[in-house]
Design a binder for this molecule. Structure first.
Ligand code: CMC
Length: 430
């Protein structure tokens, strides 16, 4: 039987070291014994952006980027998108198993009970300028929630953690919708606890003068599916931020604010907005070949909504969203003309040597913006719509970190490239 170890020879000293391999991985700390002399600090690894470093063991989400597989707790995401509700998936992510009927009813009851926010949050929102970006307001107001729940600091108390997780899942749609309403100069709408999670969010966004706003059930279902598809994606930039902040034992409201701030960036949750702007710029399918040429010769930047750090195959979420787009367009009665541009872009890219060679396929952001646009949701809200469901994933990652005995406060090393020690020079001599 082969031995589960790795032998490393340090050619500087001629010494060999044998380090154990567990889960196809060696421990970075096992390299520290590799030294040229006693005074040497020991060998480290250099891995900017963690491209080849596992920072945790996780049982939440599995991705096989080459095969285009995404599973939450073992369940394929397309299976969940077709059969489950978002709250069922949120419960699955944070509890580890699909809830039975009673458990789901209880989970939904708890979430529904916590949809309202303290009235003072209104004044926080009122303090923003009329044109404030809703994502900036969401990041700030979720952070402000930590001041309303000081007991949330008890992060090692399982019961307190559970309560904060329910509150966060429940209140994110309220904060998100209120941020949107403020940016539109419209009165804030309170939660309607008779509605489902997604239906209530649509009501808080869209209700005007009608006593009750009930969106078309297929639109509610479509939003629920989009929420499911965005619920978690293992150790991405925002999940890593959540874990990093959580590792200092900060309260979960502050940690979610940090994770949402990471999501705000255009290389992460902001890409769907860029896709939409790109499709608008192309304008019509006949202009696609010319545009593709400019991408390949480097004059138009990147094809937004294409390519992914881990998927080197069709993003499984994009497949589901593409089908969903048709359904939504049928219901709203408007076929977004940009869909034709998107389909033509995809057709050409999937045949083109440049994209095939680099394994560049449509990602989750390629079609989602078209659906949001059909629902008359402005582009500034796209990252906000991503943050609502991703909160469930962030919280699952956060709790897993806190109960993991291997984890400590996150604190990477550096390779110092600055000056060696030097003496202060008085300003008159400089
Ligand atoms: N259009 C054209 N060429 C591309 C693209 C693209 N969208 N993406 C990668 N490439 C090329 C890149 O130029 C490079 O070519 P070469 O080897 O000739 O230099 C090669 O493919 C490898 O690219 P990379 O930059 O090493 O890949 P990465 O894993 O660092 O980047 C990415 C991943 C998502 C940042 C990148 O594909 C990209 O910028 N895509 C467009 C933005 C986008 O759609 N982002 C949403 C990601 S999904 C949502 C989320 O999870 O947050």
């Amino acid at each position: 039987m082969s031995k589960e170890t790795l032998t490393i020879t340090d050619n500087r000293t001629g010494k060999s070291y044998e380090v154990p391999i567990t889960d196809e991985t060696i421990r970075a700390m096992d390299l520290r014994q590799i030294k040229v002399n006693e005074a040497d600090f020991g060998m480290m690894t250099y891995d900017p952006a963690f491209t080849n470093t596992a920072a945790c063991r996780s049982a939440i989400t599995f991705i096989d980027g080459d095969k285009g597989i995404l599973r939450y707790r073992g369940y394929p995401v397309d299976d969940l998108a077709e059969n489950a509700s978002f709250l069922e998936v949120a419960s699955l992510l944070i509890n580890g198993e699909l809830p039975n009927k009673d458990e789901l009813a209880e989970f939904a009851r708890q979430v529904t009970t916590h949809t309202f926010v303290h009235e003072n949050v209104r004044t926080v929102i009122d303090g923003f300028r009329y044109d404030a970006h809703p994502m900036g307001m969401l990041v700030s107001t979720v952070s402000a929630l930590s001041t309303f729940y000081p007991e949330a600091k008890q992060v090692l108390d399982a019961e307190s953690r559970r309560l904060q997780m329910i509150r966060l899942i429940a209140k994110m749609p309220t904060l998100a919708a209120w941020s949107y309403r403020h940016s539109m100069g419209m009165p804030l709408v309170y939660p309607d606890n008779e509605l489902s999670y997604s239906a209530n969010f649509l009501s808080m966004m869209k209700r005007i003068a009608e006593p009750k706003y009930e969106a078309h059930p297929e639109i509610v279902k479509a939003l629920d599916v989009l929420f499911i598809l965005h619920a978690d994606h293992e150790q991405n930039c925002s999940a890593n931020t959540m874990r990093c902040i959580g590792s200092s034992r900060a309260d979960p409201y502050s940690a979610v604010a940090g994770a949402a701030a990471a999501l705000y960036g255009p290389l992460h949750g902001g890409a769907n907005e860029a896709v939409l702007r790109m499709l608008q710029e192309i304008g019509s399918p006949d202009r696609v070949p010319e545009f593709m040429k400019s991408i390949k010769d480097g004059t138009s930047g990147r094809l937004m909504g294409f390519g992914h750090r881990v998927y080197k195959n069709y993003d499984p979420r994009a497949k589901v969203i593409k089908g969903l787009a048709d359904k939504v367009f049928d219901i709203v009665g408007v076929r977004n003309p940009l869909l034709k541009v998107a389909l033509e872009l995809e057709r050409i890219a999937l045949e083109d040597e440049y994209f095939v060679e680099r394994k560049l396929y449509p990602n989750v952001d390629f079609y989602s913006g078209l659906i949001y646009q059909a629902l008359e949701i402005p582009v500034e809200m796209f990252p906000v719509l991503f943050a609502i469901p991703r909160t469930a994933g962030w919280l699952a990652q956060w709790e897993e970190l806190l109960i993991d005995k291997d984890q400590k406060i996150a604190r990477p090393r550096q390779i110092y490239t600055g000056e060696d020690e030097r003496r202060y020079v008085p300003i008159s001599e400089r």
